[in-house]
Design a protein around this ligand. Structure first.
Ligand SMILES: Nc1nc2c(c(=O)[nH]1)N[C@@H](CN(C=O)c1ccc(C(=O)N[C@@H](CCC(=O)O)C(=O)O)cc1)CN2
Length: 299
């Protein structure tokens, strides 16, 4: 029987551990984990995500501040806010919601965040630590960190001897996910739009990670029987069968075709997505623990 991995449930478990860890840090050391969530503009999906992040932070017992800046905010104004947050001792984690409006250079903004407060794990220092296997002291990007936790639930922490194929080479998901799988001793291939015979390559994967952003691109006959399939895609498509103008979310994997072959598979919604926000809370607690010189819980 295929195991449909319940990302919501695992995310709730992570959040419960964070809540306990935060309560302990507050009670024993007097340090309240603090997060600043920054959004520029009014992209509706981004607004939903930042509101969820701020709400989840409060649920965890964090000090949480949300900065909502107008879409036309100049880059130097955002950089100045980041400078203030870097200097604020009550803030341990800074999150700038992506994408940013086009007048702002996202790379410059990310590199302006102190690596010690970079709970998104996008700063070169954290990218470099992950790439060189210094994972214990890095902040790992939330979506791949959460995806890895789901893989571990199915396969354990040591993935020696397993072939992993990551479809997608983004800095936010594909590359860090490949590094995490490599650190767990997988044999890893990163595939992308120029890869030849992608279906055949995917059929070699014991662990198949789809992070391409193309609705249902990965078909059922691309999946090796028994594989663990992690679908990172969140694509909104038209759903006329639900009524005029209706839409629905699908992943990068054709779930109905892939599920009968897979040993375990994440659904969309309810798979990797909820893990992203849970791991942001985990990274923020870790940031606060490091500042306080306290050992953080292991996730
Ligand atoms: N600074 C960042 N920006 C963005 C990140 C990020 O990690 N850091 N990731 C994405 C968006 N994102 C969080 O920011 C995110 C995406 C999806 C979900 C989620 O829970 N999805 C649900 C479905 C939600 C829905 O109904 O629309 C699911 O998959 O079950 C959480 C967070 C881009 N920007």
């Amino acid at each position: 029987m295929t195991d449909v991995i319940d990302g919501k449930k695992v995310a709730e478990e992570v959040v419960a551990t964070v809540r306990q860890g935060a309560a302990k840090l507050i009670a024993e050391v007097g340090v309240t984990p603090g997060i600043a969530v920054v959004i520029v503009g009014k992209d509706p999906a981004s607004q939903v995500y930042v509101n969820s992040k701020s709400r989840k932070a409060k649920e965890c017992g964090f000090h949480s501040v949300q900065h909502e800046l107008p879409a036309e905010t100049p880059e130097d104004e955002l950089l100045s806010l980041i400078g203030d947050l870097n200097a604020d001792p009550a803030i341990h984690g800074i999150l700038v919601q992506l994408p940013l409006p086009k007048q702002i250079d996202s790379a410059r903004v990310i590199q302006a965040i102190s690596p010690d407060k970079d709970v998104d794990g996008f700063h070169f220092v954290n990218v470099g630590k992950l790439g060189t296997g210094e994972i214990a002291s890095a902040f790992v990007p939330c979506t791949p960190a959460g995806s890895m936790l789901l893989v571990e639930r199915v396969r354990g922490r040591d993935l020696s001897g397993l072939n992993a194929v990551v479809v997608g080479r983004s800095n936010i998901v594909g590359k860090p996910m490949a590094n995490l799988l490599l650190a767990a001793n997988c044999t890893v291939t990163i595939a992308h739009s120029r890869t030849h015979d992608l279906p055949a390559l995917c059929r070699t994967a014991d662990i198949l990670v789809a992070a391409v952003g193309r609705p249902e691109m990965i078909r059922g006959d691309w999946v090796k029987p028994g594989a663990t399939v992690i679908d990172v895609g969140i694509n909104r498509i038209d759903a006329p069968e639900r009524g005029e103008g209706k839409t629905r979310l699908v992943g990068d994997v054709a779930f109905d075709e892939a599920a009968p072959l897979a040993g375990a598979i994440t659904p969309v919604p309810g798979g990797v997505g909820p893990m992203t926000i849970a791991m942001l809370m985990a990274n923020t607690l870790v940031a606060a623990c490091r500042t306080a010189g306290v050992e953080p819980p292991r996730f």
